[in-house]
Design a protein around this ligand. Sequence first.
Ligand code: FES
Ligand code: FES
Length: 200
Amino acid sequence: MPRMTVNDRPIEFDMDPDTPLLYALREAANLTGTKSCGGGSCVGACMVLVDGAALRSCLITIAEAEGRFITTIEGLSRDRSHPVQQAMVAEQAIQCGYCTPGIVIAAAALIQRNPAPSKQEIEAAIPNICRCGVYPRLIRAVERAGRVVRRQESISAAPAPGISSADAAENVPALRVGNGGLGAAATPAPSSEETSPPEE
Ligand code: FES
Ligand code: FES
């Protein structure tokens, strides 16, 4: 049963190890912010951070994610204060809810490794297909997020508060452990203290 850390929580998936990480996150861990086209063709609605790198979660299995640190859109920040999130709002670069999470994850990975990306580097790092043509605003938002990271600018207006990922997890029955539903497949992994043999 593959174990990994998802949004700072240890999780063990009682699922076929060949299950795509995307489906484990959405259907077992109830982290539905990560979107799906069904596999491979939307170029990134399913992006998550795997050890800090943006990867398409439909293309890696939970066996391949074993031991990794996964961050989904729900875990990127507790209060939507990540520079990319703030800049996306400030530049009105958010269109449909389908593409935005993957775009934000890809942009966050980019400015983490390169806070001053060129337009070409932004285009290369964010391959997401957007049919509504948000690209010019997206470029501006990522450049602005980079300036925030470089402390050349601040964005004072935080995005409006909404339901937190923790609240969402608590409120959706599928994530409750032991209820016999899909959530039964994703359980918090026992801590090292719980798995250690008792001292003699
Ligand atoms: S689900 Fe569309 S690229 Fe992964
Ligand atoms: S943001 Fe979804 S199609 Fe443009």
